[in-house]
Design a binder for this molecule. Structure first.
Ligand SMILES: [Zn+2]
Length: 174
């Protein structure tokens, strides 16, 4: 757990100086929850804290790569600790919503589609009727046949894709 203090902040700034990286005005371009992919937590690039679950991906036009950090370091880099904490809280709440969502039972309709009522809207998972083309997700007039750049090959992937459709991640446009 990263704890904010002046000493901690000085240490982070010193690390940025060692990298010859900009000291401020970084932008958070993405966030992800490492718990979705594995049980291991991630280590913050900037302060080496090993307990990061929600990663803030920080980018600066004058630095050659993205830096993956925890909440407090993100706040130091973009100069707004409160905004970083807000982003973190939103990620945590979304992770909880996702856990609840994944426990829900989908109903199979006569036509072979799966349906689930979520946030008062019907989500539909449609198995392809054309051979092996996988699954599609339909919600509120939006359709989705690809997820993370790939066709949706199985039902579980379709369930995850459907969640991203109804409850998109911050900064995610597709
Ligand atoms: Zn850190």
């Amino acid at each position: 757990m990263e704890i904010y203090s002046e000493m901690y902040k000085r240490r982070c700034i010193k690390r940025l100086q060692e990298w010859k990286a900009p000291l401020s005005d970084w932008e958070c371009v993405d966030m992800y929850d490492v718990a979705e992919a594995s049980n291991a937590l991630c280590t913050c690039d900037l302060c080496d804290c090993p307990g990061v679950r929600f990663v803030h991906v920080m980018r600066h036009a004058e630095y050659f790569e993205d830096v993956h950090v925890g909440c407090i370091c993100a706040g130091i880099m973009d100069g707004d600790i409160l905004a970083a904490k807000d982003r973190e809280r939103e990620m945590k709440n979304r992770a909880k919503r996702k856990q609840n969502y994944l426990k829900k039972e989908w109903r199979v309709k006569k036509n072979g589609n799966y349906v689930l009522k979520y946030k008062n809207e019907w989500l539909t998972i449609v198995p392809s009727k054309w051979g092996n083309a996988g699954f599609g997700v339909v919600w509120n007039g939006h359709g989705m046949w690809r997820y993370k750049g790939k066709s949706i090959g199985d039902f579980l992937t379709a369930v995850y894709a459907a969640f991203d459709l109804v409850d998109p991640l911050i900064g995610e446009s597709s």
